[in-house]
Design a protein around this ligand. Structure first.
Ligand SMILES: Cc1cc2nc3c(=O)[nH]c(=O)nc-3n(C[C@H](O)[C@H](O)[C@H](O)COP(=O)(O)OP(=O)(O)OC[C@H]3O[C@@H](n4cnc5c(N)ncnc54)[C@H](O)[C@@H]3O)c2cc1C
Length: 409
């Protein structure tokens, strides 16, 4: 698909058709998709970090995206597996659902190889308006559409719990013997909320092992988590040769919120994408599936109205995000079940039971596409925790404190 009219923006070299503040997951995928569909468009991404994408391994289930989407984003894939497994005290299961990972290194490499996208790194955006960005070096960039993909925005409008984790990419002395990822190993002691270990076997002798907690608080005791990972590897009989890399995250888990108030705060700002647009899975905090879908949604809107401006694009994204928010209300209720109605040591039972359900339902759950029958099925029988308490329970909002501590926004 080639659209006439791009690449002809008046104003010289600092003028772009599509301009991105922040070069993380959502910005990178959207810029890439726009470049594929509108090869004449002038695109720029400005990121505060020294390379795009930061320090992440982003993973997703192959059923989170359509075949067409898997195809267009295929160059980003670093690793893929045909199956995945889970383990709980009373359930073990291997699911024939594919799993794929994108490393930040590869993400940055694919984008930097892509001609037609100007990448500016090491320059924090100091001011962002609907038609321009000003960088720390005082450089001004102008855009027909300015997107804001600078990650989550601090807000008093959402009540949150947290999925926090630390991961070590480890090289072992001998092959670990794993052929597929362990998505959740919840046979570990249940401390600090719902806890599980996540293992991605990258090669025969390397793996990323993450110690993960669904916790009320967002403190991350890094040293203790490193020790836990080493202890887990030892219990598996895997002898550590060296630690290749470390990553950590504190992801928002939404329990409830006021979506209209949230979007009112974004009035007059650049068009938000990614976590800033509230587009992430409410239970896992993951955003790959939403980022792929949003990139397509934005591209379709531009294909229909090539000269769309930032304000119109914000409305397009707002409508999309609000419709996803509505679809996700069931997930927020499940979160309240997980975080408020269940005792921290008992939270795993919710997931242990969930993983006994049919595989297509589990796949729709991760893709954020559950239907009424799924919801009934998830809640049918004797729920492991009281649903009434989950519906009523509302937590304290902690985002203000997180901002003060430099963890958000
Ligand atoms: C360690 C980790 C692992 C994760 N793993 C997964 C996973 O496996 N699967 C999944 O789906 N999700 C995962 N997530 C959750 C989520 O998908 C990511 O947080 C994702 O990166 C969010 O995308 P985003 O584009 O909204 O923001 P980000 O990817 O965080 O991008 C924000 C970008 O904005 C830049 N920035 C911030 N402020 C400024 C500024 N003032 N000026 C310029 N640039 C700025 C940052 O440097 C960053 O590059 C993970 C998160 C973390 C932290």
């Amino acid at each position: 698909m080639v659209f006439e009219g791009f690449g002809t923006v008046a104003g010289g070299s600092s003028h772009y058709d599509f301009l991105f503040a922040g070069g993380g997951l959502a910005s990178g995928l959207t810029a890439y998709r726009l470049r594929q569909l509108f090869p004449d468009a002038r695109i720029a991404i400005a990121d505060a970090g020294q390379r795009l994408g930061g320090n992440h391994t982003w993973s997703f289930h192959t059923t989170d995206a359509s075949l067409e989407q898997l195809e267009w984003m295929a160059p980003f894939i670093s690793y893929e597996w045909a199956a995945q497994s889970v383990a709980f005290p009373k359930r073990r299961r291997t699911l024939p659902t594919g799993y794929r990972s994108v490393t930040a290194e590869r993400f940055a490499e694919v984008l930097s190889r892509q001609s037609g996208i100007d990448i500016i790194t090491g320059q924090p955006v100091m001011s962002a308006t609907p038609d321009a960005l000003v960088l720390r070096n005082n450089q001004s960039l102008h855009g027909q559409i300015v997107f804001d993909g600078r990650g989550p925005m601090a807000t008093p409008d959402m009540s949150l719990g947290f999925q926090k984790f630390l991961g070590l990419e480890i090289e072992f002395e001998e092959p670990h013997g794993l052929e597929a990822p362990i998505i959740m190993d919840a046979t570990v002691p249940q401390t600090d909320g719902y806890r599980f270990v996540y293992v991605l076997p990258f090669t025969e002798t390397t793996a990323l092992i993450e110690d993960t907690y669904y916790a009320d608080g967002y403190q991350l005791p890094r040293e203790a988590l490193r020790d836990e990972i080493m202890a887990y590897a030892a219990r598996k009989g895997w002898r550590v040769k060296s630690v290749l890399r470390e990553e950590d995250g504190i992801l928002p888990i939404v329990l409830d919120g006021d979506i209209d108030a949230y979007w009112q705060r974004l009035e007059g700002a650049p068009a938000p994408i990614g976590l800033r647009a509230g587009l992430f899975h409410p239970i896992t905090g993951y955003s790959m599936a939403e980022a792929i879908a949003l990139a397509d949604h934005i591209a379709n809107a531009i294909a229909q109205t090539p000269k769309v401006q930032t304000a119109d694009m914000s409305r397009v994204i707002e409508a999309h995000a609000k419709s996803r928010w509505k679809q996700h209300s069931f997930y927020r209720m499940l979160n309240r079940m997980l975080f408020r109605a269940a005792e921290p040591q008992q939270r795993y039972i919710v997931l242990q039971r969930f993983y006994g359900l049919p595989i297509p339902l589990i796949n729709r759950f991760y893709a954020g596409q559950n239907n009424w029958a799924d919801r009934f099925r998830i809640l049918a029988g004797k729920p492991p925790v009281p649903i009434g308490a989950a519906i009523k329970a509302l937590p304290a909002n902690k985002t203000g404190q997180m901002v003060e501590e430099g963890l958000l926004g």
